[in-house]
Each structure stands twice: as C-alpha cells, then as structure tokens.
Design a protein around this ligand. Structure first.
Ligand code: AMP
Ligand code: MG
Length: 354
C-alpha cells in the first residue's frame, strides 16, 4: 500500500514535470511566433469627415487595431455629420427649440466637452457656430455675407443655449445649429489612441485631416518629428518641427478653407461675436497637448482670441503648448517648447521668438 502510493506520488511528480516542460515549450514557441500574430506594421488611408486620414501603427495586433480605429472614425462621422440626415447632430439641428434629441454616449460626451471648452475660452470656441458656418459655407459658396445677413444669424449663436440633460440635448432657440467641425477630429484622435492602447500598440502616428497623434517611439527608438505647416506654402512646406512622443498636435489656419475677394481672405474660422472670419493677425495656431479634443478646440479658440489673449490663457491655465504664426511672419512658441521645437524657416522670411 505504502509502496503503491509512493509509486503514485512519483508518477504524479513525473506528470507535473512533464506538464511544466510542456508549458515552457509552448511559452517559448509563443514568444518566437508571437502566438501566430507576428508584429506587423499597418498603414491605412481613408477619406472621412470631409478630409484625408492616415494611420501608421506597429504591433502584434496592428491589423485589428487599425480596423477598429477606422470603424470608430466612420461611426463618429455617421453620428456627428451636419449633412447626413440619419446623424444625431442632424436630428438635433432640425428638432426645433425645446425639442429634445436623444444622443448616444459619445455624442453626449463630445457635446459636453465642447460646452466645457466654450466656457473655458470665453466663447471663442463655440459649438453653436452652425448657423454662421452654414451661411458662409466657405468651401462651396465663395460669396461675402452682408452685415444684415450676419446680424440675423448672430442671435442664434451662443453655446449657453445648448442644453444637455439625461442623455438628450436641445436648443433654447429655433434655428440654432451645432457644428462639431472644430473638435470632432481631435475627439476621435483620443478614441483612436484608446483603441491602439487597448490593442497593446506601442508605436503609432496618425493624422486625421492634420490633427496628428503620436504614440511611443519610432521603431529606431527616436521620438517622432512632426512638421508645422508654413501657412504661405503648400501642404509639404514647414516652418519647423516639434520632436515628441505621446502627444496630439493640432493646427488651425486661414489657409485650410478660404476664398479671396477684393484682396480679402475669407476663411472658415469664425469669431462667434462678429459672425465673420476671425481676424486677429494670426495665420496659424498649433496646439500640442496630451488630449486631442482639447488641442483641437483650443487651436480654433486661439485663432479667434489672437496671440495676447492666448498667451494670458497659457499663463493662467497651462496644460498645453502652442506655436503662433502671425501675418507679419513672426513665430511665437510657448515656454515648454524651447527644447522640442526646431525652427527651419529663416530663409523664407520668418522670425522666431520664444
Ligand atoms: P478647425 O480647423 O479645427 O479650427 O475648425 C474649423 C471648423 O470649425 C470650421 O470649418 C467650422 O465648421 C467650425 N468653426 C468655425 N469657427 C468656429 C468657432 N469659433 N468655434 C467652434 N467651431 C468653429
Ligand atoms: Mg479645432
């Protein structure tokens, strides 16, 4: 009996040893083959939200991550487009005063954040700019609105008249319209980053119509270099670049959508107080931050407030860095960029002031 049980014990020990060897073997095979999903580099280009988007990511699960990101971008477009009749923003914009539109979680959340940024920036960023942006329709119409036309629209602009409650939104005035054009791509940048992180992607760079996000380090171990566009050049001309990791870099400028009439440039960033394209002496504002929605909203807001008010905001609030390009070719960067911004446009007549 005793002998038998000793045999059994020895047998069990042997089994345990065999199991351990088997598991170590499986573990090594898994490491060598990455369990059948070898690390890959995936690059994707899509057209969504009226703009070109590119994703480049590296990791075991890069294909799945890229697919999920594209699905999320398309879903956001379907929810927030002003033009698609089945979108939630379309439903809200056409509901009429006091009529509640039920929103999905992400639409509620983006509107909530938009209202917060509107409050913080004193209404320079205003998601209720819709009636003005729609009437100007800079991309297609290319006609200058009269002061009378603008005067009729201005009472319809005012983020304080957007009400959010219990999963719904409504406007306090008839004719109000939400426009998420200045925050949508930044907000999706945050979602894309979350998707990449949950897929264990360590290295990625993506651009959602110029809203750039970088994650981790490049494959060679160096930081990403992101070019800052020259507002006077083409999309491939830069005034310099920033060297960074794990950040969002978003620019707003008067060169993106505009037309010129009688020597005046009419562009797509409006001052909610005047209903006209903002004119504060800036050609471009770039914001660098750890949050994409914030970087997007702030870059639009600072274009409207102008340099001095933006710098006051920076001193008071912080949490981001910024580069301003003025219409007299000065480039001003906030303090935190001293070591990571490289200016390269002296030969094109720009002057850099830090
Ligand atoms: P961005 O390129 O991020 O600066 O966003 C510009 C877009 O946001 C425009 O095409 C409009 O749809 C919308 N927009 C324009 N002016 C404002 C503003 N002051 N606040 C919020 N959205 C705006
Ligand atoms: Mg913006």
């Amino acid at each position: 009996m005793w002998l038998k049980s000793l045999k059994e014990i020895n047998g069990a020990r042997h089994m345990k040893r065999m199991c351990a060897i088997f598991f170590i073997f499986v573990f090594i095979v898994c490491i060598l083959s990455s369990c059948g999903t070898a690390a890959t580099e995936v690059k994707k280009q899509i057209f969504a939200m009226d703009t070109q988007m590119t994703l480049a990511l590296y990791g075991d699960n890069a294909s799945n991550a890229a697919e999920d990101a594209v699905k999320s971008i398309n879903r956001a477009n379907a929810l927030w487009s002003k033009e698609i009749p089945s979108s939630e923003i379309y439903a809200l914009n056409n509901a009429g005063a006091g009529r509640k539109a039920r929103l999905s979680e992400s639409t509620y959340d983006i509107l909530q954040k938009a209202l917060q940024f509107a409050e913080e920036t004193g209404g320079a960023f205003d998601p209720s700019i819709g009636p003005v942006s729609e009437a100007w329709d800079i991309q297609n119409k290319k006609t200058v609105l009269s002061d009378d036309e603008i005067a009729k629209l201005l009472p319809l602009v005012g983020y304080k008249n957007i009400v959010l409650e219990e999963g719904c939104a409504y406007f306090r005035k008839n004719g109000m319209k939400a426009d998420l054009g200045a925050i949508g791509k930044g907000y999706i940048s945050d979602i894309v980053t979350d998707i990449f992180k949950s897929n264990n992607i360590k290295t990625a760079i993506f651009s959602l119509g110029g809203n750039v996000g970088v994650m981790g380090l490049k494959k060679d171990g160096s930081k990403y270099k992101v070019g800052i566009r020259d507002p006077e050049g083409t999309a491939n001309d830069y005034i310099g670049y920033v060297t960074l990791t794990d950040s969002f870099i978003v620019s707003s400028g008067d060169y993106e959508r505009f037309f010129i009439r009688d020597g005046v440039r009419y562009h797509h960033i409006f001052d909610p107080k005047t209903g006209k394209p903002a004119g504060t002496g800036l050609r471009e504002v770039t914001v660098i931050a750890g949050n994409g929605a914030m970087a997007d909203a702030y870059s639009t807001a600072f274009f409207v407030t102008g340099l001095d008010r933006a710098m006051e905001f920076y001193d008071k609030k912080g949490g981001f860095e910024a580069i301003f390009i003025t219409d007299d070719k000065r480039i001003i960067a906030t303090g935190g960029l001293r070591d990571i911004f490289t200016f390269t446009a002296a030969d094109r007549g720009y002057k850099y002031e830090n």
